[in-house]
Every structure is written in C-alpha cells, then in structure tokens.
Design a protein around this ligand. Structure first.
Ligand code: F0G
Length: 485
C-alpha cells in the first residue's frame, strides 16, 4: 500500500442519487456522461482535469496573486517555477492546455503540413487541423492493443518516423509531437531511451520536436520503475531530463499541476516564443497572464513544484493500481499495463455482444452511472472516429482518478459498482446515435438505447464485504446509531 502524503482539511459534500433518479438523469443526458449534472453524480471519475484537490500551500500562494495586467509578479514567479522544474527558456501562459495547442499549431503548422504524433489527443488534433495540418500517427503498434503488456506504449515508432520525414521531405513536416502517459492508449508512458532517440532523429533531420508534457510527472515515475538504469534517479532529475530532450512543450496544468484551470506553452526557440506572444494577446490575454488570474498563476507555480514530489506522484499512481487490482481480481477486462491516471475498461471484451457501431463504450459508461452514480468517460468510436471514416480502434471506458480527492472507500465503491455491471453485462444493449455536433462530438452527442437497461440491483459480487457496506439496518433507515454514554 502506498500511503497518502496528506490529510484532508476541507471537504465537499457529495450524495448518491436514488436508482430512479439516476435512470432519469441518464435519459435527460442522452446517454452521454458529459451531459450529466454534477449534482446527479456520486463519485466523479469523468476526468483528472481540473478536479484535483489544491494544497494548503497553493491556497496560501493564491493570496499573493498580483492581478496587474502587465508585468505581474505572479507571472515571474510562475516562470521561475517552470524553469526550476523543467528548464525551458520561455513560458507563455494560457487558460488551459488547448489554448497552448492552439498557439503552437498556429505558429508551426502551414496548410498541408504533417504533424507526426504518438496516436492523438482530441483537442491537439483539432487545433493542428484547424491550422491546415494533417495529423499522422507514428505510435508503436502496441499502443493500439489493449492486451499488449509493452511497458512503454507511449513510444514512437522510430522507423516509421524516419521513413515519413525522409519520404515527405523536411518542408512537409510541421513538427513531431510526443505525448507523455499517452491518454488515448490508456495513460501509457514513453521511455527515456525512445525520447532520446526521437530527439536525435529530429535534430538530425532538422524538425521541431514538442512534447505534450501533460502527466509527465507520472511518466517520470514509470521510467524510474520500469526502465533499466533509472531506478536510482530522483523524480525531479528524470523530469528535467525529459524536458531537456524537446524544443518545448504544451501543458494542460489541470492534471499533474493540481490547478482547476491553467496551462502553458514552453519553448527554447526565441522565434516560436515571439510569434506565440503575438498570438496570445489576440486569443488569451497579455503574455504575462494569458487568460489566467494572478492567483491562478500563483497556484500553478506552487503546483508545478508539487508535481515533482515523488511521494505525491507515487501515491496517485498507487490509487489507480489499487482500483485496477480490484477489477482484475474479478476478471474485468482492462487495459494493461495499468496506466497513469485512470483504469481503462476494454468495452470490446466487456460487452463483446455489442458491435462497435452500437457504441459499446458509450453504453458501458452510461450503465456504470445508472448502476452506482459513478461517472466515467467514453474513449472509443465516439471520441476516436474521424470524419466518419471506418473505425476499428480502441473502445474504452476511462475511470479517471482525480488527484488527492477520493479515498480508498470511494475506490472500493467504484469497484463494487463496476462489478455489478459486469455481472449483468449480457443484458446490456447497444445505443443509437441521435445527434452529433460537427467537431469533438463526444462532448455533446446524444444517444438512445436499443433496448431497456437491466436493473443492476443484484447481490454484491465481491468476495469480502467492502467496508462501506455494513452500516446496519438502523443507519440505512436514516437514523444515527445510539451513542453509548
Ligand atoms: N493534452 C492532453 C494529453 C490532455 O489529456 C488534454 C486534456 C489536453 C491536452 C487539453 O488540455 O483540457 O486543459 O484544454 N485532457 C482532459 C481529459 C480533458 O479528460 O483527458 P485542456
């Protein structure tokens, strides 16, 4: 067991809606968990984005926020923290990760150029395409195989990368992008060895190389655990080396930097920084705040330092593994190895009777909500299919753990809920799509079930009684147990 390096000082009340309320809520939401109201959710595992608990040090720092429009002290403190932990030269703050993706794509992508990346992230791809770019996958084949136990599914296929750049010519390549803890593959890390090779190759062929360094803290931990020769190195040291191997990075700080809002573009390239500062004033705000308040930048500066704290990162990854272990024990099909920020259920195996055109992962996420008020997210055909081209890729449901927010009891309850759905899986129908917006359809698409959902009210399925259950009839009737005097 990895012990939590914190205790709780401020709490947010949550409550479990009744089964009837949950059924009504999912119908109102068009079977899309993004469209549920948070008040209708008990344990919210939709995302780790902006949902972490802030530390007392972050809250204290927020009091020091300098809200000056230009030249804010808070900007300079943020810049110092970024340089200390990662070491890039320039920092351009943005309201969140996609703000930075927008700037980077606008600066580096000319119409018709290719962006070469390990798989894709939804907003990253859209911004490259809006700038006229063509997203091109250079991930290793194991990234798309939920059953492969490759330790570094975030690696780039070096042969494919070289061939593409040589065949297309340097001028056709906008930049190479490598994402830490590759979200769409299940939170899977890259190795330092691979990153060093990508750096060498992009130098040799003169192509810009940027990281999506979101969740690089967890990636650094996986490197320390899995990569030969890395076990003795500290987390800050590995993080620093990761950063040193790219020309810069985009960050969604809403993840491993523990802030509710924020992100940035970092770069060592003076020309890229100058161009990004020209654009940031149009789209985000003055380059000394980029859409953030002074107090946001203070919280972010402190969060960046906490992101390099090994006990904090190790406990977080330990929580993900704990939940995964409970599900694996019961035979639930999940993506392996267990990734950084979430347990990914493999909906193709979980609902093997539902064809992919009937959105098994979308339905599985809805069913888990109905069964226990637990909110998760589809990461399959709804998020992954592009321009209605045929899609046979990963079909996953993501149970994403917010950092420092939930306890073991919550995770036990989540496992219990998923197991109740697993027990009733053969009675779960597919879905029909009834509305989709033209871009990023997963956020707002609506669905209808092809048959009624089962009840999920069966007996608990875990072997031992979980701690949250034995409250006794008295407590369940809403009365407090008599206190001994
Ligand atoms: N890059 C990665 C790898 C991400 O996971 C995200 C967001 C972004 C960029 C965009 O950042 O949301 O701050 O604008 N991922 C969230 C998630 C939304 O739930 O995985 P943003």
């Amino acid at each position: 067991m990895v012990l939590p390096p914190y205790k709780i000082k401020v709490v947010e009340p949550i409550h479990l809606p009744s089964p009837a309320q949950r059924r009504r809520a999912i119908i109102t939401a068009g079977f899309n968990t993004f469209l549920l109201r948070s008040d209708d959710v008990y344990v919210d595992l939709l995302t780790d984005s902006g949902t972490s608990a802030v530390s007392q040090e972050q809250r204290a720092a927020m009091e020091l926020g300098d809200e000056s429009y230009a030249g804010s002290r808070s900007f300079y403190r943020l810049e110092t923290a970024m340089r200390e932990v990662y070491g890039w030269q320039h920092l351009i703050p943005t309201h969140q990760g996609r703000g930075a993706e927008h700037l980077l794509s606008r600066v580096l992508v000319e119409p018709g150029q290719l962006v070469l990346s390990n798989l894709y992230f939804t907003t990253s791809r859209v911004h490259a395409e809006l700038a006229g770019g063509v997203w091109t996958d250079v991930s290793i084949p194991e990234a798309g195989d939920p059953e492969s136990r490759h330790p570094f599914k975030g690696n780039i296929d070096l042969g494919k990368l070289r061939d593409l750049i040589v065949r297309e010519g340097r001028e056709r390549i906008a930049f190479v992008r490598q994402e830490a803890c590759l979200n769409m593959a299940g939170g899977q890390p890259f190795s330092l060895e691979n990153l060093r090779a990508v750096r060498a190759l992009t130098r040799e062929l003169d192509v810009p190389f940027y990281l999506d360094a979101t969740r690089s803290s967890e990636n650094a931990l996986f490197i320390a655990e899995r990569e030969p020769g890395q076990a003795e190195r500290s987390l800050p040291e590995i993080l620093r080396e990761i950063a040193s191997l790219a020309d810069g990075a985009v960050f969604s700080s809403k993840k491993d930097h523990f802030v509710p809002i924020g992100g940035f573009l970092a770069t060592n390239d003076d020309a890229v920084a100058r161009r990004a500062r020209e654009l940031v004033v149009v789209y985000e705000g003055f380059p000394h705040y980029g859409g953030l308040a002074g107090h946001d930048m203070e919280a972010l500066a402190q969060g960046i330092r906490e992101a390099a704290d090994e006990p904090t990162v190790a406990h977080y990854v330990g929580q993900v593994r704990y939940l995964a272990g409970l599900l694996q024990e019961a035979g639930v099909p999940i993506v392996e190895p267990v990734g950084a920020h979430a347990v990914f259920l493999d909906a193709k195996r979980f609902l093997s009777h539902v064809p992919q055109e009937q959105f098994p992962a979308q339905m599985l996420a809805a069913a888990i909500y109905v069964a226990g008020g637990v909110r998760s997210m589809e990461r399959g055909i709804v998020s992954g299919q592009h321009d209605h081209e045929p899609y046979e890729g990963l079909e996953l449901v993501r149970l994403t753990i917010p950092r420092r927010a939930y306890s073991r009891e919550h995770l036990d309850y989540v496992a219990e809920t998923v197991l109740r759905v697993f027990a009733a899986r053969r009675e779960i129908p597919g879905l029909a799509l009834v509305y989709e917006p033209p871009t990023l359809r997963f956020f707002q698409a609506r669905f209808e079930p092809l048959a009624p959902l089962p009840s999920f009210e069966g007996a608990p399925v875990r072997r031992e009684t979980p701690q949250w259950a034995p409250l006794g009839a008295e407590a369940q009737a809403g009365r407090r147990p008599a206190r001994s005097r």
